[in-house]
Design a protein around this ligand. Structure first.
Ligand SMILES: C[S@@+](CC[C@H](N)C(=O)[O-])C[C@H]1O[C@@H](n2cnc3c(N)ncnc32)[C@H](O)[C@@H]1O
Length: 402
């Protein structure tokens, strides 16, 4: 009882310990003194502390610009209205992936390549994840997007930073996907062609949804019906250590505008998708089945905790070997991270399924011929450094990977 009480009293983690801002939050007064363009957005509250108006898009964009410049040496800009990322929050997702990769529970796909290679689904005009991943950790990226604005501005943000530009490729998703579907695509697969819009906007043209054989009841009526996400975008023979995604969370702009406390911009194309994030991530899961040999980890951000349960059920259904979740506490709001893999874990496991109430992560039992499964994935069989975690079901990391 005592222990329980003590556990509850512990403060919730708000920021990853390796996050640049975990010990030193952005100093608005300092930034205002160094960057005259930021100065007009800073005011002082009654307590004498410097603040900005989080509901002012120009203020949040200028803060992001000066933080990327001051702390990361990145020259960055986005046009009015495009989704403006908050740098400390986006960094948390990068560091969580860093934790997943370094845990070595899932062996490397390509042991010859030292360089970590990621795929950022929906990189946006801001291109924030590739810019942070490349500048903080030297990772290389392909960042995809469907809109012209995202493609043009992401490319611009890469080109204005020659120190990372060789590490980042921006890939425009071909919205005419009947040309790129693989041989195993059935007639039930979606066809989407012609419009430059993605899901969510009235311009989008939808045809048949993806094969119902892989859909469970929970998502049947809200299948994703937009342009390709991974399958059809990943090229033959490409391999990645991970993919990441900050999906269009919402089903409508009304839903997206329910948080008046901040203004981070965001166009309908960036924020909205029929079926919302659940449909979008479900499609990523379906794609991951087809691309299971091309990625070590698949990951996505999840905006609603209630969606985690059905997404995890879907992952079990498609036969993943491991699922990890985490919580990102971002100011007043919470987001979740979900990660999965089809690669047999590096250590043989005992229990078929462990999912405590407080711990949604699990690994499936590695049952049949462990070594031949590893070989099928072309993973390195070199012994790995031992992990500090003794219990693979609750991989304890400095930041909670629950
Ligand atoms: C919520 S925004 C995330 C932008 C950026 N990654 C960030 O974190 O600020 C979602 C992005 O996904 C893009 N998107 C939507 N459908 C897509 C698809 N099928 N393939 C690639 N990108 C897509 C949107 O255009 C938008 O830029």
């Amino acid at each position: 009882m005592k222990n329980k009480k003590r556990r509850r009293e512990q403060p919730r983690p708000t920021i990853h310990p390796r996050n640049k801002y975990s010990e030193n939050p952005p100093d608005f007064a300092l930034l205002a003194s160094l960057y005259p363009s930021f100065n007009p957005f800073v005011f002082y509250g009654r307590d004498g502390r410097p603040r900005i108006d989080w509901t002012d898009f120009n203020a949040t964009r200028e803060l992001t610009r000066v933080l990327l410049l001051h702390d990361h040496g990145l020259d960055w800009w986005i046009p009015d209205g495009q989704l403006c990322p908050t740098v400390p929050n986006r960094s948390n997702y990068i560091h969580w992936i860093e934790d997943l990769l370094s845990s070595e529970i899932i062996p490397k796909i390509n042991s010859n390549v030292d360089n970590i290679r990621g795929f950022d689904i929906g990189t946006g005009a801001n291109c924030i994840y590739p810019l942070l991943g490349a500048s903080l950790l030297g990772w290389s990226f392909v960042g995809s997007d469907v809109t012209d604005a995202a493609f043009e501005w992401a490319e611009r943000n890469v080109k204005t930073n020659p120190q990372v530009s060789d590490l980042i490729e921006i890939r425009k998703v071909d919205t005419c996907i009947d040309a790129v579907l693989g041989e195993d695509s059935s007639k039930e697969d979606l066809l989407f062609c012609g419009s430059k819009s993605i899901c969510g906007n009235s311009i989008g043209r939808e045809l048949a949804p993806i094969s119902s054989s892989t859909c469970d009841d929970a998502v049947e009526e809200k299948s994703y019906s937009g342009p390709p996400i991974l399958f059809g975008v990943i090229r033959d023979g490409e391999t990645f250590d991970f993919c990441m995604c900050n999906p269009p969370f919402f089903e409508s702009m009304e839903e997206a505008s329910l948080n008046p406390k901040t203004s981070c911009g965001g166009t309908p194309q960036e924020m909205v998708c029929p079926g919302g994030e659940k449909a979008f991530i479900t499609r990523i899961i379906e794609d991951s089945v087809r691309l299971k040999h091309s990625f070590r980890w698949f990951t996505s951000m999840v905006g609603r905790k209630s969606n985690l349960k059905s997404l995890i059920a879907k992952l079990r259904e498609v036969g993943v070997t491991i699922v990890k979740t985490t919580e990102f506490v971002q100011g007043q709001t919470c987001r979740w991270g979900i990660a999965w893999s089809f690669i047999p874990p590096a250590r043989k496991l005992i229990s078929p399924y462990v999912a405590e109430k407080s711990n949604l992560s699990f690994m499936l039992e590695v049952s049949v011929n462990f070594i031949s499964q590893l070989l099928a994935f072309n993973v390195s069989l070199v012994p790995h450094r031992s992990c500090s975690q003794s219990n693979p079901f609750s991989m304890k990391m400095a930041h909670p990977v629950n």
